[in-house]
Design a protein around this ligand. Sequence first.
Ligand SMILES: [Zn+2]
Length: 485
Amino acid sequence: MATVCRAETIPFTLLQLNDVYEIAPIDNGRWGGLARVAHLRRQLQQANPHTYTVLAGDFLSPSALGTAPYNGDRLAGRQMVAVLNAMGLDYAAVGNHEFDVNAQQFLQRIGESEFQWLSANIADAAGNRFSGIEPYKILTIPGAAGEEVKVGILTLTIASNPVDYVTYSDPITTARGYVDNLKGEVDVWVALTHLSLAEDLALAEAIPELDLILGGHEHENIQRNHLIIKPNSSPSCPRAQTPIFKADANARTVYIHQLTYDTDRQCLQIDSQLQPITAAIASDPATEKVVEQWQEIGFNAFRQQGFEPMAVVVNSPISLDALDAHVRSAPTNLTRLITKAMEQENPNAAMVIFNGGMVRLDDLLSAGAITQYDIIRLLPFGGRVVTVEMDGTLLQKVLAQGEKNNGTGGYLQLGGIAPNTIELSKTYRVALMEYLLTGQEVGLDYLTVNNPGLKVIDYGRDIRSILVDYLQNNAQQAFTDLGEP
Ligand SMILES: [Zn+2]
């Protein structure tokens, strides 16, 4: 018999999630939940042991549970790491929201992780690599007939959250350097990125060696086939695409990438499927237990603050827009509800003001039952509403700064009289968030209780209690006032 000489094709699976802030299912259990993802992962692994689970960044923050007090600190993503460990995550890209926590919390979370953190273009303040974060990882995946494929995972992080303990280098220059240095050592390049779609497209264009880009940051699922001519294309294997995939935030969906590498023709076949995570998927019991344990720790802390996390506040006929990009640049239906609630709580105030950065969900809150936990998810840091008397001059200066802060958390959301009716010589009663009187908001360092242009009248209630009561007591009227059904 003649010896059959055939190329070996090696199959492997990448399970991708990105931008995950909640450990339990959201929207009344309809979507997401990491115990369900764990069950799916187990099934994929049974079908092919060469299954790798990757998270394309943003998981330590923002999350409501993460703000819960715990052992003299806040949870600050500790619950996420514990659940991702239980779920069996293999690799996590560093996203911009990882730097919402302080340096000490950031390093503690890395230390608690049983998965590998990756990012090639970040370093500490001194420019040194963080211990526990690798720039890339090369997987060696064996086939049944003795061949193997080397898969490089290279990670890049968006430089959108500058804090004093991190420095960035340019993602494309950095990627170019690693891909060149590892030439010949990697058969398949997977970029696991946390970049904007525009940056991912530029990356695909600049580094044609990348076979696949698994990204995050946008929060809504995206698939782009970026057509480029690859330098190593051949007539038998015209690898002329670098597909870019992003799943929906909070594991509403995940991507399952079934990859097959032909070691002879050096071809990669990619078969990707967007998988909704719903109640149709069972929960992995071991992961579920860890989820429940941390949820209880968080919920008990909220109960001590006077909240009943599972209590339904209102049935919303519409989804509420709490996306950072929107609440930090213009009013949305959600911010209008918040200013209405502040106005009703402070009927004598001519104006109400809060900073867009107070809203931390960075997502849409779906129509349907809104629980007190959802309100905590929207406004995890809470804070009192303070009533002051303010000079027209000072008020106008503050509002002008709010406009300048457009695009950042310091953008000011307003209710009450129109800003252009303010008279410099008059004094106005204003209800605003206590945080805005700390001098810590961008460009508002002069805005403190010591400013001679204002006088504190009253320290009111926590904004979350105000919003809960407003929605509960006004129910559907609140939405009718918005001009919505
Ligand atoms: Zn992000």
